[in-house]
Design a protein around this ligand. Structure first.
Ligand code: MLT
Length: 258
């Protein structure tokens, strides 16, 4: 498959903050950041191929590398050389591939509620079983599995309803493609020591899917990385605690631009 430019929402002016969403979501998950940070940066939130407004771009057989090349094609179309790359969860797997393949275009990195390691055998088997379940019964059983795992201890009802709408409206074929791409992604841990751009990890203190203790260990392996814990948030901290996440992104930008 050839890389293709993606659909995106763009707002603001100044250096570009490029936002990459998680699974099974779309660019709309960054709504609060795009609105809140547009005075400080050009905020570009992409829909990965097969997702959101990029639904017409074929996704079956996509890999993290292809998603990363799509980001580069999108930047070419925008005429943007370098970005501060903000990514959540599966988006972080894409960001790590983007670093490997297009690092000259990375001014800095913000990893949100994500991790660097590959799936172990049990997790890989889980991806296969979930892909089969989605193929058979659609997104509803996946939402039932995820609703208990995605949020912090007392999530806002409106945020839960918004995520439910995104997940139930998600194309099962895209979910299956994502699950296979995540299952097959490489271990990015060896890349961490090589990353020499300023990096911030932002992580929900109550993330059940990827507990913050794992991130603390990763940060210590990097040259120029800090960790910001977000209280009152689980795996979707930009949606659950948008103000705190925006503050952490602004603090990161101050560090990068000084
Ligand atoms: C995500 O939030 O993007 C996914 O849950 C990540 C994963 O399942 O590894």
């Amino acid at each position: 498959m050839e890389p293709q430019a993606l659909a995106f929402e763009e707002r603001g002016s100044g250096p570009t903050l490029l936002f990459v969403h998680g699974f099974p979501l779309h660019a709309g998950m960054w709504k609060a950041q795009v609105a809140g940070l547009a005075k400080k940066a050009t905020c570009v939130a992409v829909d990965l191929r097969g997702h959101g407004m990029s639904a017409e771009i074929p996704v079956d057989g996509a890999t993290m590398d292809l998603h990363a090349d799509d980001l580069a094609a999108t930047l070419d179309e925008l005429g943007t050389d370098q970005v501060d790359l903000v990514s959540l969860s599966m988006g972080g797997y894409v960001a790590l591939a983007f670093w490997r393949r297009h690092r000259a275009r990375v001014r800095s990195l913000i990893f949100v509620d994500t991790k660097a390691e590959a799936d172990g055998d049990e997790a890989k088997a889980g991806r296969t079983a979930t892909a089969e379940l989605v193929g058979k019964d659609g997104m509803a059983p996946l939402w039932e599995k995820l609703r208990g795992a995605l949020f912090g201890e007392s999530p806002d009802d409106a945020v839960v309803a918004e995520v439910e709408k995104m997940i139930l409206g998600f194309a099962p074929a895209t979910a299956i493609s994502d699950l296979i791409a995540m299952r097959e992604r490489p271990d990015s841990t060896p890349d961490l020591a090589e990353i020499d751009v300023p990096t911030t990890w932002i992580h929900g203190a109550q993330d059940k899917m990827m507990p913050i203790a794992g991130t603390e260990a990763l940060v210590g392996q990097m040259k120029d990385a800090t960790l910001v814990a977000i209280p009152g948030a689980g795996h979707l901290s930009p949606m659950e605690q948008p103000k705190l996440v925006d503050e952490a992104i602004l603090a990161h930008l101050a560090r990068v631009r000084d």
